[in-house]
Ligand binder design. Structure first.
Ligand code: NAD
Ligand code: MG
Length: 388
């Protein structure tokens, strides 16, 4: 029995992880659940999965959750500090980090500090502070098992291989809903349109990141730290069918790919059960449905966020942290129709130009960078033509 703390249980990854738990009650037990503000859903989840504790990070929802679960033997905590405590409990074997954004960093660090195995969905953690996170994981002998489908693919390709025999990795990108479009077209796209991803159903933030290709940029940085690669060893190819989830090219020129239908439950289950593979009834791939798989170069000129992220990866230091914070602000503003699709890149670029560079930041300096970058990006949002 693996005892799980599922952080972000009300999100897209969190709810699918609970589907996996429900399908394999003999394998998994839910020890902790957490949500930010979706009180109704976490109350339902608590009644169904009977965790030992739940954390609602939005403190204004505490009373509601407490009242609803008064008759259940479930401990209820509020506030983000509680997350850092519950992940360290002896009764937790694995922490599924499925909070979105910078907000997921501190609880993931706390879990690693306590020596817990981490199934990592929260890519922003590695984008912001990958070097420190991986150092800490090594020091504490903690395994970080990727949930992100591309990284899970690479991880699966590397089972039984020597990391030194990697020549490069190739991350596949679906290209999102605006694949093949040019900047003129992007001038007028709205959030509702960008939220319609062709292959995956995900949370709002990552869906916008997929439309701008920022998601792939974040994933390049995530892969760099996760697999200890040099910048030059990381490539991206656009593969609209999302069947090849990523590839590894080895020093002898051999390529390994991991394939399957696009269904996040698969990498989630793989990470949760690793090193086992569990049987399931997920829909199987059929070649008759996919007679053509295609691959093309990404368009860095149109999708500037991908170029900005690559630039941040190469320059390193606190720049990926700045990029990430500015992106979180830009995406939120775009979702509220406060800035246009194209302006998101202007905000990120402008913020990267304004913040001072720190080559080897401490965790406190990352926190400071995140704060400052958010403030600068928020100012830039106000300059938008759409801002009222
Ligand atoms: P989501 O928006 O659907 O869910 C986010 C979860 O985090 C919710 O449970 C929410 O309550 C919680 N949360 C939000 N803000 C919080 C805060 N400030 N403090 C504490 N908790 C907070 O997001 P998602 O799509 O499930 O993505 C989660 C993470 O997984 C992201 O980092 C994303 O990049 C990554 N990821 C997601 C997918 C996917 O298919 N959805 C695929 C690969 C990677
Ligand atoms: Mg991904």
């Amino acid at each position: 029995m693996k005892r799980l703390a599922i952080l972000g249980s009300t999100g897209s990854i969190g709810t699918q992880a609970l589907d996996v738990v429900a399908a394999h009650p003999e394998q998994f037990q839910v020890e902790v659940l957490s949500a930010h503000s979706n009180a109704e859903l976490i109350i339902d989840q608590a009644k169904k999965f009977r965790p030992n504790a739940i954390v609602i990070t939005d403190e204004t929802k505490y009373e509601q959750v407490k009242d609803a679960l008064a008759l259940y033997p479930i401990k209820i905590f509020a506030g983000k500090q509680s997350l850092n405590e519950v992940v360290q409990w002896d009764s937790v074997d694995m922490v599924l980090a499925a909070i979105v954004g910078f907000a997921g960093l501190s609880s993931t660090m706390a879990a690693i500090d306590a020596g817990k195995t981490v199934a990592l969905a929260n890519k922003e953690t590695l984008v912001v502070a990958g070097e420190l996170v991986m150092q800490k994981a090594q020091e504490k002998k903690v395994s970080i098992i990727p949930v992100d489908s591309e990284h899970s693919a690479i991880f699966q390709c590397l089972v039984g291989e020597d990391l030194n025999s990697i020549e490069k990795i190739i991350l596949t990108a679906s290209g999102g809903p605006f694949i093949g479009k040019k900047p003129n077209y992007l001038l007028n796209v709205k959030a509702s349109h960008a939220l319609e991803h062709p292959n995956w159903t995900m949370g709002a933030k990552i869906t916008i990141d997929s439309a701008t290709l920022m998601n792939k940029g974040l994933e390049m940085i995530e892969a760099k730290w996760l697999f200890g690669l040099k910048n030059e060893q990381i490539d991206v190819v656009v593969h609209p069918q999302s069947i090849v989830h990523s590839l590894v090219q080895f020093t002898d020129g051999s390529l390994k790919a991991q394939m399957g239908l696009p269904d996040m439950k698969l990498p989630i289950q793989y990470a949760m059960a690793f090193p086992q593979r569990l049987r399931n009834d997920f829909k199987r791939f059929d070649f008759k449905d996919y007679t053509k798989l295609t691959f093309e170069e990404p368009d860095y000129k149109t999708f500037r966020n991908l170029a900005l992220a690559k630039d941040a990866m190469y320059k390193g230091g606190n720049l990926p942290c700045t990029l990430n914070a500015a992106n979180e602000i830009a995406v939120e503003a775009f979702l509220r129709n406060r800035v246009s699709f194209i302006e998101m890149s202007d905000i990120i670029e402008g913020t990267m130009q304004q913040l001072s560079f720190i080559e080897h930041p401490t965790i406190e300096e990352y926190e400071q960078t995140d704060k400052e970058a958010r403030a600068v990006a928020t100012e830039l949002v106000k300059n938008s033509q759409l801002a009222s």
